[in-house]
Design a protein around this ligand. Structure first.
Ligand code: HEC
Length: 511
């Protein structure tokens, strides 16, 4: 703006000043709009060589295993209480007592601890994900907690008073316990399956569309069958610890518990149903697109098949006795199957933590355009650990970009280490592959920052690969930055497309 003609008139000077204020305000307003669209940044915790996603998965897997055991345990106890009351099984009453102690110890103590552990880990790994789950489904969480509370209260009453209760009251307490714990699975299953298949909710934002989403029923039924399986295998372990009984009595109890293994025959169908409602790209990761995921999937299927075959042929049809060691081994196999299955379920959501709503790195898909302009660190107010060790500001920025955009799925040197993955690349390969992140591997989100940030990230990764020397040159070649900007433009801001990427690679091979 040319201000010279206005210079001598005080009035015009006022006007000029007002105009400036106005312009400044307008700029602030646009920026504020920008900040409103940008979600809050919470730094992801750094667990050293463990990537945060893996820490989350570890806690979650242990919890899911124990929680499902608790659900199945309730149903199994009702069955044995009924056997005791109808006189069908002379030692059922003794079994109920022994089993309940184990159930209380494991599910109340370790289950509750790991349950809290999930929240504690989730807020360090992806507060945005857990935040969106609470925002959208707070009534459902509240309902779930009510059922959990009911489960604990009825369980505790049974534990404390069952020796003084008559059969009917004991049965009522156990039934309340079983129904409440299954209902808490029912509710939590709706929220968890929504993350992978939000379905019609994306358009309607109706809570029930989100809850009864496409994968709700297959995963609820699958988890129920798993719960029954775990409870029956645990029953075999417990029975083997009932030393006061002779072998025949124990065999009778084990044969009864084996009835809860029969629903395992449904597993293949429920599994196929689940795969069928999964988004096509997630399914393709599992069925070969990602070797790690396919490996875990195969481990899960293999262990389930091994347990299922042994259970149906050996325990149900041939009524074999199963000793404590074998039962323990089968439980461990079941843990492996659960771990594999949960890993695949969590992993196949990539690049999203909530499909179409939030990328795993807590950036929203509709934010990417803006972050490409203003950068991903504008509202990142957090310092770096050991800030003084960084050689210059560019590397510092790179480290922050890594923390914000990559660190949920990668470490620098540990699991899924970026330093390792880029080991054979030169700087330009890194630049192009980071700028086109969603096409490098479509289970990564698009890069959500400026060309400067790509370059800083490249410098940070190289500096880390070089064992963090005290001195490091700053890279500020304008041509390089212009080239990166072009690559970012070519990559676009839409998520990667597995089918398209495959086409692209095969046409490249034909060239
Ligand atoms: C949603 C999780 C996720 C995010 C976020 C993510 N990645 Fe990845 N990335 C992966 C996975 C999974 C692989 C595959 C690893 C493998 O093939 O073993 C991968 C692979 C890579 C590779 C190797 C690619 C190849 O072709 O071999 C590089 C390099 C990489 N990521 C860099 C990054 C950078 C840099 C960022 C941040 C800007 C990032 N990733 C963000 C999950 C992610």
């Amino acid at each position: 703006m040319n201000k010279t003609p206005l210079k001598n008139s005080p009035r015009n000077c006022d006007f000029d000043w007002m105009l400036l204020v106005f312009l400044e305000d307008a700029r602030t307003i646009t920026l504020m709009r920008g900040t409103q669209k940008m979600s809050d940044v919470y730094p992801i915790n750094d667990y050293g060589p463990l990537m945060p996603g893996l820490v989350m998965a570890g806690v979650a897997i242990v919890h899911v295993f124990l929680a499902q055991f608790a659900v199945g345990g309730g149903i199994l106890l009702c069955y044995f209480q009924w056997l005791a009351m109808t006189g069908r099984e002379p030692h059922a009453r003794q079994f109920v007592e022994g089993y309940f102690k184990l159930l209380v110890l494991i599910s109340f103590v370790v289950g509750a601890l790991t349950g809290v552990g999930i929240w504690f880990t989730a807020i360090q790994v992806s507060p945005a994900t857990i935040g969106a789950m609470v925002d959208n489904f707070h009534w459902l969480w509240a309902t779930e907690w009510t059922f959990f509370c009911l489960e604990i209260v009825s369980g505790y009453c049974f534990y404390r008073y069952h020796s003084r209760l008559n059969d009917r009251t004991a049965m009522t307490l156990l039934a309340i316990y079983a129904i409440a714990s299954w209902l808490s699975l029912f509710v939590i299953n709706g929220i968890l399956s929504w993350q992978l298949t939000p379905g019609r909710w994306l358009e309607t934002r109706n809570i029930f569309d989100g809850f009864f989403n496409p994968s709700f029923w297959p995963s609820l039924l699958f988890r129920t069958v798993v719960s029954l399986t775990l409870s029956a295998l645990a029953a075999c372990v417990v029975t083997n610890l009932m030393w006061s009984l002779d072998r025949e009595a124990r065999r009778a109890l084990i044969n009864r518990a084996a009835h809860l293994l029969i629903p395992m025959v449904l597993m293949p169908f429920l599994g196929i149903w689940f795969l069928a409602v999964m988004p096509a790209d997630s399914r393709s990761w599992v069925l070969g697109g990602s070797p790690a995921m396919m490996l875990f999937f195969s481990i899960s299927i293999g262990s389930s098949l091994a347990i299922g075959t042994y259970a149906i042929i050996g325990m149900v049809l041939q009524r074999l006795y199963i000793n404590g060691a074998t039962a323990m081994l089968m439980l461990m196999l079941a843990f492996g199957a659960t771990a594999g299955g949960e890993f695949v379920r969590e992993g196949s959501r990539k690049p999203y933590s909530i499909r179409h709503l939030l990328y795993s790195n807590s950036i929203k898909p509709e934010e990417v355009d803006l972050l490409r302009e203003v950068g991903s660190l504008r509202n990142d107010r957090y310092g770096l650990r050991q800030d003084a060790q960084y050689p210059n500001d560019q590397v510092r920025i790179g480290s922050k970009v890594f923390r914000r955009q990559c660190s949920v799925c990668h470490t620098v040197h540990g699991t899924n280490a970026v330093a390792e993955l880029t080991g054979s690349w030169d700087e330009n390969q890194m630049r192009i592959n980071f700028a086109k992140l969603q096409h490098t591997k479509p289970f990564m989100p698009p890069f959500a920052g400026t060309a400067d940030e790509v370059e800083s990230l490249v410098q940070f990764v190289n500096w880390s690969s070089d064992h963090r020397p005290a001195r490091w040159p700053t890279s500020e070649n304008p041509e390089t930055l212009a080239q990166i900007a072009d690559w970012l433009k070519e990559a676009g801001t839409a998520p990667g497309d597995f089918a398209q990427n495959r086409k692209r690679t095969s046409s490249r091979q034909h060239e």
